[in-house]
Design a protein around this ligand. Structure first.
Ligand SMILES: [Fe+2]
Length: 366
């Protein structure tokens, strides 16, 4: 890609097609001290008040800088690199390549907690790891005083729900969710009935004195790719039908309609939702429902298959941070008479991890 100047116009050449850059687009990007607050990078002017027929008075291109004087007297010195960066409409997080994994994935990293972790390069590595695999585990995280709240709020901001700011996962009498029992939990995503669905779940192990109660994880991305490759009709219907997910207790009714496999505008993987106790397919033609039911069965078979599931025991002090839009999680059954199994959980959203990752990248010039 290169830039050219001609007749007081700026052109960019991208692989043989030369196009003019709108002068207003350049005017919006004036960056001197009177136009931009250097700390926040926020504009000190309102671009909607600039004359729409703004013209370029003079231009100069040298040493990777483009200097422009506009007809209203404003002056800009832009780096060519910055201009080209604006061609990418991708969030840089999307450039982190997802790594597919299955049950053979065993040697995953565990990042040690330390006091300055949240401002440390290690945290950047942990977050990259999170975006690659959909989860990351921290160890030696303090287990006193609901430290999970502190942990979550040091990455970003906790996402409060009707379960509270955080929740205690241990078996209890009269539970309003099966999570609060000692039953096994098959792979599922959390809260598909919420708008929006919480992006990231944290589970912090405080105590685990039982022989069962292993944590399980499945990569919904890997399974989706498999389904697309080998069972295209099933994949298609699960990406098309919006299913109603619901949660009901005495205080609230939460529901949303969404695809079990949600794609983005480009038809690429965006999110999975799976919680077979909470999903209700709408009433449709019998033939369509027939296909839907076999697709859901196939999907469930894959999610529950030992081929895709990893199983490990969270030890006290370990904190699992997982992508609730990509991974499914569950646990094996345990006997609460053997001792305590006590985990604390909470949610954060992607703006937390993205914001922290970009901040650390800037801080360490990575
Ligand atoms: Fe869950």
């Amino acid at each position: 890609m290169k830039t050219e100047l001609k007749d007081k116009k700026v052109f960019f050449d991208n692989g043989g097609s030369k196009k003019e850059i709108h002068p207003f687009w350049l005017r919006e990007r004036v960056n001197g001290e009177t136009f931009i607050d250097k700390k926040t990078q926020q504009r000190l002017f309102d671009p909607t008040t600039i004359k729409k027929d703004i013209m370029i008075e003079s231009l100069n291109l040298s040493n990777n800088f483009l200097e422009i004087k506009f007809s209203d007297g404003a002056h800009a010195k832009l780096t060519i690199q910055e201009i080209f960066r604006e061609f990418s409409q991708k969030n840089e997080i999307e450039h982190i390549k997802k790594i597919e994994w299955d049950s053979s994935f065993k040697d995953f990293n565990k990042y040690e907690f330390r006091d300055n972790l949240f401002e440390d390069k290690k945290m950047y590595e942990a977050l990259i790891n999170f975006y690659q695999y959909g989860f990351v585990i921290f160890k030696d995280v303090p287990t006193k005083n609901n430290f999970i709240v502190n942990f979550a709020n040091s990455i970003g901001s906790i996402r409060r729900t009707n379960f509270g700011e955080f929740f205690n996962v241990r078996s209890k009498p009269s539970p309003n969710d099966l999570a609060y029992t000692s039953y096994s939990l098959s792979p599922h995503t959390d809260s598909p009935y919420r708008i929006p669905v919480p992006c990231i779940q944290m589970l912090h192990c405080i105590e685990n004195k039982v022989t069962g109660g292993f944590s399980t994880l499945v990569d919904g991305y890997t399974v989706t790719q498999k389904l697309k490759k080998d069972f295209l009709d099933h994949y298609k219907i699960l990406t098309q039908i919006k299913v109603r997910f619901q949660f009901i207790d005495q205080n609230v009714i939460l529901e949303d309609w969404a695809e079990m496999i949600q794609l983005d505008n480009d038809g690429k993987f965006k999110q999975v939702r799976f919680s077979p106790r909470l999903d209700f397919v709408p009433l449709m033609d019998k033939e369509k429902l027939e296909l839907y039911f076999s697709a859901r069965r196939k999907l469930s078979e894959l999610y529950n298959s030992s081929e895709y599931k990893i199983e490990f025991k969270l030890m006290p002090g370990e904190l699992l941070m997982m992508d609730n839009h990509r991974l499914l999680h569950g646990r094996t059954e345990y006997d609460s008479n053997e001792g305590d199994r006590f985990l604390q959980g909470c949610y954060i959203d992607y703006d937390s991890t993205e914001g922290k990752l970009k901040h650390l990248k800037r801080k360490f010039n990575l």
